[in-house]
Design a protein around this ligand. Structure first.
Ligand SMILES: [Cu+2]
Length: 113
């Protein structure tokens, strides 16, 4: 994973201690540089949550960095199933999409205001 052009648009605040500590605590990422390779948060809406499987279905707009050229509804794995308790179907969210071991994964979800 490398920090690409998207990265330059990210403020350092988004790579702040809280997220970094969380991800490192989860043992998902090897180091700080990987944490900072997060793409900017995308807008979406929760369609469905499968707490047991740790999966969330999100309707979202184009994510060109993943070759998603159009709006779509798709299933993401949650990096931490606990993230899924904070949102419910119908919620507008901001989420951090990533591709981990070939699986589309959300590494962060927050409710949109
Ligand atoms: Cu998609």
């Amino acid at each position: 994973m490398k920090c690409d052009r998207e990265m330059s648009r990210l403020s350092l605040a988004r790579c702040g201690n809280r997220l970094g500590a969380l991800l490192l605590a989860l043992g998902l990422l090897a180091g700080a540089s990987a944490v900072c390779a997060q793409t900017p948060l995308a807008d979406g809406q929760v369609v469905k949550i499968d707490q047991a499987a740790g999966k969330i279905t999100i309707k979202h707009g184009p994510l060109k960095q993943f070759g998603m050229e159009e709006s779509m509804t798709m299933v993401y794995r949650a990096a931490d199933p606990a993230m899924l308790t904070a949102v419910k179907p119908g919620d507008k969210i901001k989420f951090a999409p990533d591709r981990i071991n070939g699986q589309f994964t959300v590494t962060k979800i927050e409710k949109a205001k």
